[in-house]
Design a protein around this ligand. Structure first.
Ligand SMILES: [Zn+2]
Length: 447
């Protein structure tokens, strides 16, 4: 048996191989979630996606599908096939056990209070759905104004699109929106203008969340790394000196979604079979790949061409095709780059995965409703990374629990007061990385 396309759904967890083909229809998280594990070492995703399921239940299921030694002998993970270095974590963790115990305790009380299951208690609450409905209504109204060519919509449309998408796309892609996996699987396809869900699962779920700030494993460290250096694992070049200025940073922030995430990163992944040299692409059928590429061509094509069919003025056509994408990109970058890429977090690491997630992230504005709303809860980055399947609406209440446990277990929990402090911290990091003195022994070659 091999783990190439069209074969069985094999995956490796804690150094053992499993054939989960039969389990695909039974998996409570649905086939999309299970598919992320296809062919690869899925230990981190397995652990981080089942924090509240009793260990005995998980072990019993795995035992049913474990491959015997002779079947597993010749299997290689996708990472091994692509020469991507292994990065194991230590999963025996008192800190991790305490986190899971206390957070589960919180949700057990919530489940009892709301008379729902434990899993349902961790997803969006009715109040959260009301917020989402309001944001959706605002998004649709600004979309109408935008299509009608109202100048004010150049700002209101991308801002409402950001708020609507960050409060839904992100949670849905983490299977945290609803307990029904079908809803979680469909919602990301409502916002394909930002990233294809297929690429996003690779970049965010499989790569960034599992191996946060780990060189050669976290794809977010190497977006356009030949002119923007974010990590010591990237070889320094003269061009990196440019990133010292705020003008450079702002220019990059308004370009990044369109230049990298929505287009080229996706295309390169399909061509080379690896996302940003860090995450091997899931092997899919030709039909699925054709649909993926057709979808990208249609979405990117539509965003750039529709104004030319509606407006007479060329200038207006270009403005309506470009400005909203740039505003959206700026908001995306402003809310995502400040969470892990700072002098205090970028090069931290720990062999304990739970501690690793705390030391490589920091929160901002945890007492600010404005920060929560504008970031869609990304300001609670530490907790989100520890419990990615928990909807962001719960993170405000979980923050004191996590903060207290970090203190008790002597794990440094980092936070700053708000956006300005967080952006400044990110800029300090960007300046640090522009210097040739910040090197490493095993850099990614940019030549
Ligand atoms: Zn996330």
């Amino acid at each position: 048996m091999t783990n190439s396309a069209g074969d069985k759904m094999v995956t490796k967890i804690h150094d053992k191989w499993y054939d989960l083909t039969e389990f695909e229809k039974l998996h409570p998280g649905g086939p999309v979630a299970l598919g992320l594990a296809y062919g690869r070492d899925a230990t981190v995703m397995f652990e981080s996606h089942h924090p509240f399921t009793p260990r005995g239940t998980l072990d019993a299921i795995l035992r049913r599908y474990e491959l015997d030694e002779s079947s597993a002998r010749n299997l290689k993970t996708l990472e091994e096939q692509h020469g991507i270095p292994d990065h194991p974590f230590n999963w025996k963790s008192d800190f991790g056990d305490a986190l899971k115990f206390h957070v589960k305790e919180y949700f057990q009380a919530e489940a009892k209070r709301r008379n729902v299951s434990l899993v349902a208690a961790t997803k969006a609450t009715p109040e959260r759905w009301f917020e989402i409905a309001m944001l959706g209504a605002i998004f649709v109204s600004t979309l109408v104004s935008f299509v009608c060519g109202e100048w004010s919509s150049l700002l209101t449309f991308p801002v409402s699109a950001w708020l609507f998408s960050v409060n839904t796309f992100h949670d849905a892609a983490h299977f945290a929106l609803h307990r029904n996996w079908r809803i979680n699987s469909i919602v990301p396809y409502l916002y394909p203008f930002f990233s294809s869900p297929f690429a996003w699962y690779h970049q965010h779920n499989i790569g960034h969340h599992s191996y946060t700030n780990v060189g050669h494993r976290d794809p977010d460290l190497v977006h356009y790394f030949w002119f923007k250096r974010e990590h010591k694992s990237v070889e320094w070049k003269q061009a990196h000196k440019l990133q010292r200025s705020y003008i450079f940073q702002t220019t990059w922030w308004v370009m990044a979604v369109e230049a990298a995430i929505a287009t080229m990163n996706d295309l390169w992944m399909v061509v080379y079979g690896v996302y940003n040299d860090s995450v091997p692409m899931k092997q899919v059928s030709r039909k699925r790949m054709f649909c993926h590429l057709l979808g990208r061509v249609l979405v990117v094509g539509l965003i750039h061409t529709w104004p030319f069919f509606v407006f007479n003025s060329w200038i207006r056509c270009i403005i309506f095709a470009k400005v909203p994408v740039m505003v959206y990109s700026f908001l995306f970058m402003m809310n995502t780059q400040i969470n892990h890429l700072t002098p205090e977090t970028a090069h931290e690491s720990h062999e304990d995965w739970y501690k690793h997630q705390v030391v490589t992230a920091h929160d901002f504005g945890v007492n600010s409703r404005f920060c929560f709303l504008l970031s869609g809860g990304l300001n609670f980055q530490v907790i989100h990374h520890l419990f990615p399947t928990v909807n962001h609406c719960h993170l405000v209440k979980l923050q004191p629990i996590i903060s207290r446990l970090c203190e008790k277990h002597d794990v440094e929990y980092k936070q700053v007061v708000g956006y300005i402090a967080a952006i400044k911290a990110h800029h300090r990091h960007t300046v640090d990385m522009s210097s040739s003195s910040q090197g490493s022994e095993k850099p990614i070659s940019t030549s």
